[in-house]
Write a protein that binds this ligand. Structure first.
Ligand SMILES: Nc1nc2c(c(=O)[nH]1)N[C@H]1C(S)=C(S)[C@@H](COP(=O)(O)O)O[C@H]1N2
Ligand SMILES: [Mo]
Length: 314
């Protein structure tokens, strides 16, 4: 297995670094001029490229917390193809060409097909407000727009041999500066077990805050599984394969002892380098919120894992 020199934050570094970045966002949001201008300008430039969407309210568990400010959700990102710091995706991702864009869907399906983003956008869309939890112990509440992944799956008719779904993100060195370095084993790949993928909460996401996705959030299409750590949610997807074996994911290649295949949010199972018991619900400075098992979606998803040891299958 090749070795990758991706940056590993030390557990002790996470809070001060995030606090620093968070402070910049706080300042940017609070000030109309001065130090905050470049951050706010970035967000505005990005939103100028997005389009409003039509959608209905979808059925999702109601959350006690309000959605995170859009400015924060679109400037504090993890998208290593555009750099490893939280601010880089918003600065760098405008180079990604999202038109035209197609998603190839194949593998163990009766009707493989290539589908254009325009066709996906023409389908009936809904909004789902989901709590999101990064493995780095910060969280946000995001109003996503899209459709249940099962709707897309029904178009290609998975066969009985389909046991897992593999998602592949775009990897374009000319458009994505991070892909020019060996930060991860590009392309970024992720996967779900078939029953997880077909679960009604699993969301094929085309937009957020009522508009198409900004590039830094994974335009034009990404996957969202709200009961799992954020890294499961592959951005800017170009391929979806229904497969018979559990796919090896980019993060498992980077560190299988740290980033498991299941990646269910679980305060009882610490990351090897830090606790997962609490989280910073951004823009909070401190990890004051108790992390909930399955990120609060236990009523919906616990049955998927009956009989499984979730500490061994982390
Ligand atoms: N292709 C790709 N998808 C990705 C990532 C990435 O680096 N590349 N980062 C993941 C991680 S770690 C998180 S927490 C979420 C962040 O999504 P957001 O920036 O929209 O909040 O995207 C996930 N999807
Ligand atoms: Mo993450």
């Amino acid at each position: 297995m090749p070795r990758y020199s991706f940056p590993k934050p030390k557990g002790s570094e996470i809070t001060p670094r995030d606090v620093y970045l968070n402070r910049r966002h706080f300042i940017a949001g609070a000030m109309a001029t001065g130090v905050g201008v470049s951050m706010v300008g970035t967000a505005r430039a990005a939103s100028a490229a997005t389009q409003p969407l039509t959608f209905k309210q979808g059925a999702a568990p109601v959350l006690s917390d309000k959605p995170t400010a859009r400015e924060l959700a679109t400037t504090y990102n993890n998208y290593y193809e555009f750099g490893t710091s939280k601010g880089e995706p918003a600065h760098n991702a405008s180079t990604l060409k999202i038109k035209p864009w197609t998603v190839e869907i194949g593998g163990e399906v009766a009707k493989p097909r290539t589908i254009g983003i325009e066709d996906l956008l023409a389908m009936e869309l809904e909004e789902r407000i989901y709590r999101m939890r990064c493995v780095e112990a910060w969280s946000m509440v995001i109003p996503w727009v899209g459709m249940s992944f099962s709707k897309l799956a029904s178009l290609v008719e998975p066969t009985s041999k389909a046991k897992y779904v593999k998602f592949t993100s775009a990897a374009r060195p000319e458009e994505m500066p991070g892909v020019r370095s060996r930060i991860l084993d590009w392309p970024y790949t992720e996967g779900l077990r078939m029953d997880e993928a077909m679960h009604p909460l699993t969301f094929l996401t085309l937009g957020m805050y009522g508009e198409t996705l900004p590039n830094q959030n994974g335009a034009p299409v990404r996957i969202v599984t709200p009961w799992k750590y954020g890294f499961k949610n592959a951005k800017s997807i170009v391929r979806i394969d229904f497969v018979s074996e559990q796919p090896r994911t980019a993060w498992m290649t980077a560190g299988a002892n740290e980033y498991g295949f299941y990646a269910n949010v679980n305060p009882e199972v610490d990351h090897p380098r830090w606790s997962q018991k609490h989280e910073r619900l951004l823009p909070a400075f401190f990890a004051s919120r108790e992390t909930e098992k399955f990120n609060g979606y236990g009523a919906e998803v616990t049955s998927l894992y009956s009989g499984m040891d979730l500490a061994a299958n982390f």
